[in-house]
Write a protein of this length. Structure first.
Length: 159
């Protein structure tokens, strides 16, 4: 997988990682640090990769957002996970806006679809409804989106 022995440069390792998927700068820095490269070598390597457009937090964030939407995750969870991966607020907001516009993302519909994939009814008891609410909340949907998804499930269930 990685070049053998101590002869791999930070760039070699980073390129091998980036060949498989996009990484945030912070994730790459962490992985290179685990390989015991010098902090200065890591920073200059990452600067060069950014300069050559081989690594981009904006591209990583957009790719990450699209993959999480496909999994049925809401904006709250997506933002939290991107922050954990070292993506700054400005890059995060721009990437989110770009994906929302390009993909015409409707968070309310995504919440409805996500709920409908897991449950066929809104739940007969308050306990069952709460379970569905927790499911959507854990997926990163806000209160309004959860209410919308439950009301849609109620309508289709009562028809």
């Amino acid at each position: 997988m990685f070049a053998s022995g101590g002869d791999a440069s930070p760039r070699d390792v980073a390129i091998q990682l980036l060949a498989r998927r996009e990484y945030s700068r912070a994730e790459l820095a962490r992985k290179l640090c685990q390989k015991a490269f010098e902090p200065e070598a890591i920073q200059s390597c990452l600067d060069a990769l950014v300069e050559q457009s081989l690594q981009s937090d904006a591209r990583f964030a957009e790719s990450f957002i699209r993959s999480r939407i496909a999994r049925g995750q809401g904006v709250i969870r997506i933002k939290g996970e991107l922050r954990q991966r070292g993506v700054d607020q400005e890059t995060l907001a721009a990437a989110l806006a770009a994906v929302e516009e390009r993909e015409a993302v409707d968070w309310f519909e995504l919440a409805r679809e996500t709920l409908a994939r897991r449950y066929t009814s809104p739940g007969d008891t308050p306990k069952e409804r709460a379970k569905r609410e927790r499911f959507l909340a854990s997926r990163g949907f806000d209160f309004e989106q959860i209410r919308y998804a439950l009301s849609c499930l109620s309508e289709s269930f009562s028809l």
